[in-house]
Design a protein. Structure first.
Length: 160
């Protein structure tokens, strides 16, 4: 089976990925818990400064990720043109213009879904992002291809 499609990256898709990546890691969890604890102190009778600090801590990450996704989208030349993806039994090939790179399925780190994308991690911090709206009717085929070729413990795709 072979599957091919083009993806035009957007800052919205980058933001969706960054939110997932941050809030499933320690930085996002610790930041959220810290902010909520600060706000809880205010509601337990402490000074309003705790409420303000809690709101700042809780809102800092999403706002900074939003700005970073916009900046990365505007400054990364690889996001200017669509990326062409091809999947087969050997792995994934991504190409843009004259450049092409192939990764075998065994080299894939993990696959997850976010509210807006299917994300295929090629390394711990590197990923190919497939916005669900761009995939259209090929979304189910991509999920099937990933699930067929990657071990179940590496695949966490829900809510197709």
């Amino acid at each position: 089976m072979k599957l091919e499609f083009d993806i035009k990256m957007t800052s919205k898709a980058l933001y969706d990925y960054m939110l997932y990546h941050t809030y499933t890691g320690m930085q996002g969890i610790i930041g959220t818990i810290s902010g909520l604890l600060l706000m809880a102190l205010y509601f337990m009778g402490q000074s309003i400064i705790y409420l303000v600090a809690g709101l700042v801590v809780v809102s800092y990450l999403p706002i900074s990720l939003f700005m970073r996704s916009k900046q990365q989208f505007l400054t990364n030349p690889s996001f200017k043109e669509p990326l062409h993806y091809s999947f087969d039994d050997e792995g994934m090939t991504v190409s843009q213009g004259e450049n092409s790179e192939t990764l075998e399925w065994e080299a894939m780190y993990k696959a997850v879904s976010t509210p807006g994308s299917i994300v295929l991690y090629t390394a711990r911090y590197n990923a190919s992002i497939f916005p669900k709206k761009d995939l259209g009717d090929q979304k189910a085929l991509l999920v099937k291809m990933i699930s067929t070729h990657m071990p179940p413990k590496k695949v966490n795709i829900r809510g197709n």
